[in-house]
Design a protein around this ligand. Structure first.
Ligand code: HEM
Length: 252
């Protein structure tokens, strides 16, 4: 039996959409399914988290002005919005936005990494394409995971007082001072490690965001790299100032 082959079938143009059996990866999932959509989610949630970190660092520095100043600030966080909204409502809203930002930030990171792996199913012949990409991948993945574990510990320690000597009944200032006591040096060491990870994560994240936004041209390359490094260093130093000050007895 002879099969009839339609003339020109092999060279006929492929129908653009709908009839194709394998959907185009760019079309599945709409904007959020596309690489650009995921990068936008990562950038917006990253910006929310950076804003939180700047505010949080500035708030922590209130501890240098004494117990009253710090506790007043902590109380303000719980009462902001009053009397328009009841106590803690605005703070809870901030917490929900922060939590959603962390989840979405991680989701976009994981799905972008999966997509990059799928696009390159065969590993590079050379062990690593460049030192920089290997380093950045490690900092972002392991650093991100360390930060996540740290935040869980940190909430149990300084927010809920579950693992803090001053406990739930103490004031936020008591928890801060007792939490970083010299006898608990290992807790402080974990904080130092986590904050340095936050700094490295932020430096690379900011730099990636500048590149994604198309800002990092040949003239702006160095200045923007410096901006990412300086912003991250200021945050790291600002965060570390408090545990160090408690350890050496400046904040007591
Ligand atoms: C060594 C540096 C840090 C110190 C001394 C510190 C201190 C504190 C304190 C005292 C609180 C409780 C505030 C209160 O009860 O009102 C708190 C809450 C919190 N911290 Fe930190 N923190 C540090 C670093 C960080 C970092 C690096 C992150 C994130 C990566 C972070 C995330 C949070 C979060 C999410 C909360 C809960 C905020 C809320 O109540 O909604 N902290 N921190």
């Amino acid at each position: 039996m002879t099969a009839t082959i339609e003339r020109g079938a092999a060279t006929a143009p492929v129908k653009p959409s709908g009839s194709a059996k394998t959907p185009s990866p760019r079309r599945s999932g709409g904007f959020l399914g596309s690489s650009n959509g995921k990068k936008a989610v990562m950038a917006v949630t990253g910006a929310i988290l950076v804003l939180f970190l700047v505010g949080h660092m500035a708030g922590n520095l209130k501890s240098f002005f004494g117990a009253e100043a710090f506790n007043t600030y902590a109380e303000f966080l719980r009462t902001m919005g009053e009397p328009l909204v009841p106590r803690r409502v605005l703070l809870t809203l901030v917490e929900v936005v922060l939590f959603a930002s962390v989840v979405l930030h991680m989701w976009s990171a994981v799905s972008l990494a999966r997509r990059a792996n799928k696009a390159r199913p065969v590993k590079y012949a050379a062990k690593r394409k460049s030192q920089a990409s290997g380093y950045a991948t490690h900092v972002m993945r392991w650093g991100g995971l360390t930060i996540l574990l740290f935040v869980v510990w940190h909430l149990l320690d300084l927010t809920f007082g579950v693992v803090n000597p001053a406990g739930w009944d103490g004031t936020p200032y008591d928890r801060l001072v007792e939490g970083f006591a010299t006898s608990r040096w290992w807790v402080t060491a974990f904080y130092v490690l986590a904050v340095v990870m936050v700094g490295l994560h932020l430096r690379h994240g900011l730099w990636s965001a500048f590149q994604t936004l198309g800002l990092a041209g040949s003239r702006s390359y160095r200045p923007l790299k410096a901006v990412a490094a300086v912003v991250s260093a200021v945050l790291v130093l600002g965060f570390l100032a408090v545990p160090v000050a408690v350890m050496i007895g400046v904040v007591k």
